[in-house]
Every structure is written in structure tokens, then in C-alpha cells.
Design a protein around this ligand. Structure first.
Ligand code: NAD
Length: 297
């Protein structure tokens, strides 16, 4: 069985590492946050003192970091992990980052005799905890086969999108749509509430009608409608608005580079830009509902 180093144990990486431990994998873990590290150590992981310490003796490195600069810094900097890993090691980056950085990092990995996959995920923190994530993978097919037992310990659906960076491109298309539909769902619920409807009743109606979507079925943005959604715990423990803003920015860059129209994605980005600027960056992205309705009365 592979020895795994897991770097980045936040809202997503923490529960993913715990699922690997629960399936019997050996995991050495590292995060800049001592609290995040302690949670994985409590589940049986080795708490490493640095990323390099975690990678000592590892045959596989999995990372789950905020953005491209963190991923490039982890692997490529002067004291980065690429310089330390043995030839033949497999690197799986599950962060959502720009496809250009993903391709560049993968090129350097290949030049050093390492294998690399971009494997961003969908399914949210609930999917990470339940081990039901969707992995959207870019890279070589045989590297994906080597990674499969580990991905299956953390997820349910595994897609091979294409070569290096293709996982990130597919993920960004998905998240652009997610940002648009969350903002649209918030707008529709706020319209109904302002016109006298109960948000729970309206959500049930939409869930069984043609406007239904992931937000109305699993991740309702209105507080109190779904007990387990971040909206019902003050928008904590989910997918932060600042990360959604990052993803909408990546979608826009991709659209500009490929001369594609993305007017709805650009509008969603504009909404999230203002939302984050107003101090909501750390709140779950479903808090965009505040843009349409004052929740404090
Ligand atoms: P998070 O902020 O909760 O976690 C990131 C973790 O990385 C933090 O604990 C931070 O301390 C750690 N970190 C940052 N730099 C580090 C470094 N150099 N070394 C070690 N640790 C470092 O974010 P998250 O919600 O877990 O998201 C992680 C990635 O997954 C992002 O790219 C995000 O876009 C993507 N994603 C998130 C969700 C979600 O629902 N939260 C869903 C799908 C994809």
C-alpha cells in the first residue's frame, strides 16, 4: 500500500485525509494551522512538522490548498517537494487552481521523473466527510489507475477529463455554473419571500419543479430551510465566498484566453466581488442571499 503525505487539511482536505485513514492508508499530514493538523492526528494520522517532513518516505503526495500560488509554492519553490521526492513518486493535486499553473507544475514533475495528476473535486464539505466526492482528473491514464484506490477511498465518481490541466478546466466550467445557479436561486427565494411566501414552502415547490438544482436540493442558501446546509449554521464550514470568487475569476480568465463569451459567469463574479469586498469572504458562498435580502430584519 502507498505511503501518503497529505498537505492542506482545511474544510475539504481534513475530512479527505480522515477517510484515507479510515480505509487503512498510512497518512503523514501537514497544515499551517495547528488545529487542522490536530483533527487529522486525532484520527490516526502522523502530524508532520512541515510539508517536507510529511513527504519523508512517501510514495504519494496529495495536496488540497486554496489556490495556484500555494500549489506552485509547495512543489516548485527552492525548498519545494519536487526536489525532495524520489523518482516514480505520484503527486495528486486536488485543489481548484488555474489550468495553466496545473500544466506547468505537471511539466516540471515529468522532467524530474515524477507523475502528476490534477484532480479537483466537487461535492462540498458534506461530500468530503461522507467520502462521496466527484474527482475530475487530468493527466495520464496509467497514473489515474495508480491513484484510483486512493480516490475511491475519498469519493464515489471519478472522471478522466483528459491530459494535464483538463481536470481544472472541467472543474472551472462546473463552478462557474454553480456560482450562477447559487446567485439565481438566492434571487428567486428573495423575490418569493418579499412577496409573502415561506422560504421553505417555496424551496419545496422549486425542488419539484423546473427550477430545481443542486442548491435547492442539497445546499439551500436560506437559513433554516435545510438543517445541514451552511446557511443554517451562520454560513460556516462550507465553501468560502472568497474561494468562489477565485473560481469565477479563473473561469473569466479561461474565457478571455479562449475568446469565449461568459456574460453570466462575469455577472456572478461581479456579485461575488462586491459580496467579498463587503466583508463576507470567509462565509459560505450561499451567503450571497444577503445581496438580495437583509437576513437581520
Ligand atoms: P480551506 O481554506 O478550508 O483549507 C485550505 C487549507 O490549506 C487551510 O487549512 C490552510 O491552513 C492550508 N494551507 C495553506 N497553505 C498551506 C501550505 N503552504 N502548507 C500547508 N497547508 C497550507 O479551503 P477548502 O474549502 O478546504 O478548499 C481547498 C481547495 O478545495 C480550494 O482550492 C477550493 O477551491 C477547493 N474546493 C473547496 C470546496 C468546498 O466546498 N469547500 C469544494 C470543492 C473544491
Amino acid at each position: 500500500m502507498e505511503n501518503i503525505a497529505f498537505i492542506g487539511l482545511g474544510n475539504m482536505g481534513g475530512p479527505m485525509a480522515v477517510n484515507l485513514l479510515n480505509k487503512g492508508f498510512k497518512v503523514s499530514a501537514f497544515d499551517l494551522s495547528a488545529d487542522a493538523l490536530a483533527r487529522v492526528a486525532a484520527a490516526g494520522g502522523r502530524a508532520a512538522s512541515s510539508a517536507a517532513d510529511a513527504a519523508e518516505g512517501a510514495s504519494v503526495v496529495i495536496s488540497m490548498l486554496p489556490a495556484g500560488k500555494h500549489v506552485a509554492g509547495l512543489y516548485q519553490s527552492d525548498d519545494g517537494l519536487f526536489a525532495k521526492l524520489p523518482k516514480g513518486a505520484l503527486v495528486i493535486d486536488c485543489s481548484t487552481i488555474d489550468a495553466g499553473t496545473a500544466r506547468k507544475v505537471a511539466e516540471e514533475a515529468a522532467a524530474r521523473g515524477l507523475s502528476m495528476l490534477d484532480a479537483p473535486v466537487s461535492g462540498g464539505t458534506a461530500g468530503a466527510a461522507a467520502g462521496t466526492l466527484t474527482f475530475i482528473v487530468g493527466g495520464a491514464a496509467d497514473d489515474l489507475e495508480r491513484a484510483r484506490p486512493m480516490l475511491e477511498a475519498m469519493g464515489k465518481n471519478i472522471f478522466h477529463a483528459g491530459g494535464p490541466g483538463a481536470g481544472q478546466t472541467a472543474k472551472i466550467c462546473n463552478n462557474m455554473l454553480l456560482g450562477i445557479l447559487m446567485a439565481g436561486t438566492a434571487e428567486a427565494l428573495a423575490l418569493g419571500v418579499k412577496n409573502g411566501l415561506d422560504p421553505k414552502v417555496l424551496s419545496e415547490i422549486i425542488s419539484k419543479s423546473s427550477g430545481r438544482n443542486w442548491a435547492t436540493e442539497l445546499y439551500n442558501p436560506w437559513p433554516g430551510v435545510m438543517e445541514n446546509a451552511p446557511a443554517s449554521r451562520n454560513y460556516t464550514g462550507g465553501f468560502m465566498s472568497e474561494l468562489m470568487l477565485k473560481d469565477l475569476g479563473l473561469a473569466e480568465e479561461t474565457a478571455l484566453q479562449s475568446h469565449s463569451a461568459n456574460p453570466l459567469g462575469a455577472l456572478a463574479r461581479n456579485l461575488y466581488e462586491e459580496h467579498v469586498h463587503l466583508g463576507n469572504g470567509k462565509l459560505d458562498f450561499s451567503s450571497i442571499v444577503k445581496h438580495f435580502h437583509r437576513l437581520d430584519g
